[in-house]
Structure formats: C-alpha cells, structure tokens
Write a protein that binds this ligand. Structure first.
Ligand SMILES: CC(=O)N[C@H]1[C@@H](OP(=O)(O)OP(=O)(O)OC[C@H]2O[C@@H](n3ccc(=O)[nH]c3=O)[C@H](O)[C@@H]2O)O[C@H](CO)[C@@H](O)[C@@H]1O
Ligand SMILES: C=C(OP(=O)(O)O)C(=O)O
Length: 438
C-alpha cells in the first residue's frame, strides 16, 4: 500500500482546475448501458472508483474507447449477461458503491440486473431498500442471497407507476430513473433526490430520447420510450473536490484560484465556508480565495453557536462535513458539526485530537470544534485514511501541520481525487507518494 509523506506548514499559491465529478460520472457511465448506440462522455475524472466502474462495463462487453485522459466513448451493443453470474463479477461489483447503478439500466433493457452488496466508504449503514423497492414497484421480482450478499431483480417488462421514495437516495433515484425511462407508460417518482448530478443524468437521458419532466425538483415524471439513442455529455466539475480545495486554501492560509467551478451548481457550499469566515470571491466562474491570516466563525443572529449539518440537496452535502470540520479547527470561534446521514463518519477526529485540535466528539453524529485561530499549529503525525473524505481532511490537516506527517491507506483518497499529490505540488505543497510493495 502506498503512503503520502507531507511536510506541512508551507503556504501554497496558484490555480487549480477541479476534476470532473466522481458521483456524476458514476451515474452517467452506468446510463451508457441504456442504449446500443455510442455515447461519448467528457470530463470523466481519472480516479480509482470511476476506473473500476469502466472496467466492469468492459467485462460486461461494452466497447470502450479512451479518447484522451478524461474522455471516453461507450457502446453497449453486445452485452455479456453471463458475466453477471460469474464469481469475478461478485468480486468486481462489490468493490465500489457506484456499481449499484448498473442494475436499473440492465433490468430495464435486458430484463435482469444483479449486484453483490456494493462497497464504497465504510461510513455507517448504507441500505439499498429504496433502489429495490422502486424496481419492485415497476414490476420486477426481487431476490436476495444472504450467504453471498447478492441482490437480483428480474422482469419481462417494467410498467410505469407512481411511487413515493422512503428517502431521497441519490443513487436510488438515479437507478429508478434509469429503469423508468424504458418502462411502459408513465412513472412518477416523488421524494426524488434532485442534486445537480441527478439533474445532469436527467439532461443526458433527455438528449438520448427520454421524456422527463420536473428536472431539478423532487417530483420526476417520466414517460417511458421504447429505446434510446447515443449522445455526447460533459460531466460537471466536482463540487466536493472544490470544497476540498477551499479547505486547503483556508488551512494553509494560501491564496488559491479554483477555475471554472460552475457556481450555479454549488448550492450552499460557498455559504457554509463563508459562515466559517472564509472569504470567497466570485470572479467570472472561478472562486478566488485570498490568503487569510484568520477566519472567524459567524454565530447565529441570536448569538448562539453555529451548527453545520447535512441534508439531501438543496441542503449541505454530507461529503463536505469532514472537510468543514478540519477547517474549523483553525478558525476563530466554535461550531457544532452534525453529520445526520452517516453514523461512522466522524470517528477520524481522534487523529485530529492527536494532532492537537480541540474537538469534542459528542456522539457518533456530532462534534464540537473549538477553533485555534492559527495561534498554535497542528502537530505532524502518522495516520491512516479511514474513508475518502476523512482521508482528504487528514491530508489537509497535514498540509497545515508543523513537521512531516505520514498518511497510510491512501487508496481511499485515490478513490475520489485525481492525481492529488501532483496537483498539490503544482501549487507548492511538499507531498510525496511513496509506493510500497507490502
Ligand atoms: C456514489 C454516490 O453518488 N455516492 C453518494 C450518494 O450515496 P448514496 O446514494 O449511497 O446515498 P443515499 O442518498 O442513498 O443515502 C445516504 C445516507 O443518507 C441517509 N439519508 C438519505 C436521504 C434522506 O432523505 N435521509 C437520509 O437519512 C441514508 O439512509 C444513507 O445513510 O449520496 C450520498 C448522500 O449525498 C453521498 O454521501 C455519497 O457520496
Ligand atoms: C461517500 C462517498 O462515496 P461512495 O458513495 O462512493 O462511498 C463520497 O464520495 O464521499
């Protein structure tokens, strides 16, 4: 397993171009299974999770052409459904969360979709009920092999229906939507997730010939069509990566420009960082963060302490709470971080406490951070990345800390951040990737 060695305490400077969004790319790549025609996708991030999904599509028989580092074409005109029942698929499919979204397209186009319990971050229970309840409503038969943790749905034909999702699951909405576009008749999905990446998926499906109303809302109305054609699609910049770069700038007191961020798709993200006292300037479609010696957390109007919590879009994304938490450790003032969606995402604060941060873990969902206002630095240490966002948060902490830190298990960071070490070096960070054969 490779490690990062980071010599912290240095100011950074320059421009960063955000990668394409991981969580959009995973949906969009799965949607290529809905048509026998060629689909071209630009701005696909070159990261582990996405590359694993592309590998799975290749094993399924999809013809894949890599046009350049971040552009691919996919043609699913000769699918090998036998792969779905192979031992190899049980291993490949379980290695990432995004693989769950091949089920909807396969079910609707080929009458069956299987998946081992998908992987992804170990950040608490991550149930799949919403996905399968949606497929069952559309007329699919469901089976689950408990010993193998293997899910399956089958149907000769799917029929449009009305459904109220039990929760606004992001991948669940994507999966049901992709199944419904080729179902017979009208499907209404209420309590649908509606974040920009779902909107992007809807737009892509419409350009392939799907008929979808209510895009951007939590009520999607889909008129099934008999087949879909090809299209060209461009993935949005990754809002979680953009938030991570804001965190890097604040913690290292650096001036950074984040290019072409698609401001209109960032929702509450700029607001939340501004509430921590971080100055963000909009220059065209870029974010400019000036070097700030100090940033002060704003309380509420009545003087009470700020809470930053997650909620389904247009609420604040849970994927940025770990980054907000680490940034707060050097703010002036205090904040309560409330991670409502996931149960095990805050345990990494132990490492920050070892580094000298003032954090009280109140319970698995809540942590109070008492900012140190850069009056004392975090201390370098050796740590391991438990999940993708805790991993990048520890990396940000290490960049601001005095001395040299080591981060193990950096595969977790590579799941979602393209060439992070090289890009950090390009703005002056002292970070080294040490490949290990152990
Ligand atoms: C590959 C991918 O796209 N992964 C993202 C996707 O995961 P994923 O689609 O797996 O996450 P879901 O939206 O299904 O649910 C996330 C968690 O929030 C809970 N929940 C969800 C909706 C709701 O209204 N109430 C509620 O409590 C769920 O029970 C679950 O614990 O969305 C998550 C929530 O934005 C992100 O963290 C993941 O990065
Ligand atoms: C939780 C995340 O990813 P996944 O759903 O792929 O585990 C994430 O991107 O922060």
């Amino acid at each position: 397993m490779s490690i990062f060695k980071i010599e912290g305490g240095h100011r950074l400077k320059g421009e960063i171009v955000p990668q394409g969004a991981k969580n959009e790319a995973l949906q969009i790549i799965c949607a290529t299974l809905l048509t026998a025609s060629e689909v071209t996708i630009h701005n696909i991030p070159d990261i582990r999770d996405v590359n694993k999904l592309i590998f799975i599509l290749g094993e399924l028989g999809v013809k894949i052409k890599k046009l350049d580092t971040n552009s691919y074409s996919f043609q699913a005109d000769d699918i090998n459904l036998e792969y779905l029942e192979s031992l190899q698929f049980k291993k490949d499919g379980s290695s990432l969360r995004g693989s769950i979204m091949i089920v909807g397209p396969l079910l609707t186009r080929f009458g069956k979709g299987y998946i081992p319990r998908p992987g992804g971050d170990k950040i608490g229970r991550r149930r799949l009920d919403t996905h399968f309840e949606g497929f069952i409503k559309l007329g699919a038969k469901f089976r689950y092999n408990k010993e193998e943790s293997f899910y399956g749905v089958e149907a000769d034909e799917l029929h449009g229906t009305e459904m109220l999702l039990d929760e606004a699951s992001v991948t669940g909405t994507a999966n049901i939507l992709m199944a419904a576009v080729l179902a017979k008749g009208e499907t209404i999905v209420y309590n649908a997730a509606c974040e920009p990446y779902i909107q992007q998926l809807c737009k892509m499906l419409v350009s392939m010939g799907a008929v979808i109303d209510g895009i951007g809302s939590n009520r999607l109305i889909i008129q099934g069509v008999s087949n879909l054609g090809g299209c060209i699609h461009r993935v949005l910049p990754d809002m979680i990566e953009i938030g991570s770069w804001i965190g890097v700038a604040a913690m290292t007191r650096s001036a950074l420009t984040i290019k072409n961020v698609s401001w209109k798709d960032l929702g509450l993200i700029p607001n939340v960082f501004r509430k921590l006292g971080i100055e963000l300037q909009q220059i065209d479609d870029d974010i400019y963060i000036p070097s700030q010696e100090s940033y002060e957390i704003q309380g509420y109007m009545d003087g009470s302490i700020l809470t930053v919590s997650d909620a389904p879009w247009p609420g604040f994304t849970p994927d940025l709470l770990s980054i907000v938490l680490v940034v707060a450790t050097q703010a002036k003032g205090s904040v309560l971080i409330h991670q409502k969606m996931f149960e095990s995402r805050l345990f990494f604060v132990d490492k920050l406490i070892d580094m000298g941060a003032k954090v009280i873990l109140c319970d698995p969902h809540r942590a109070t951070v008492i900012g140190m206002n850069h009056e004392s630095s975090l201390k370098a240490t050796t740590m391991s990345s438990p999940d993708i966002r805790a991993g990048i948060s520890l990396l940000i902490a290490a960049l601001s800390a005095k001395g040299t830190s080591t981060i193990h298990n950096i595969d977790q960071i590579d799941r979602g951040y393209e060439n992070i070490d090289e890009r950090l070096r390009s703005i002056g960070a002292r970070i080294e990737r040490i490949e290990s054969t152990f």
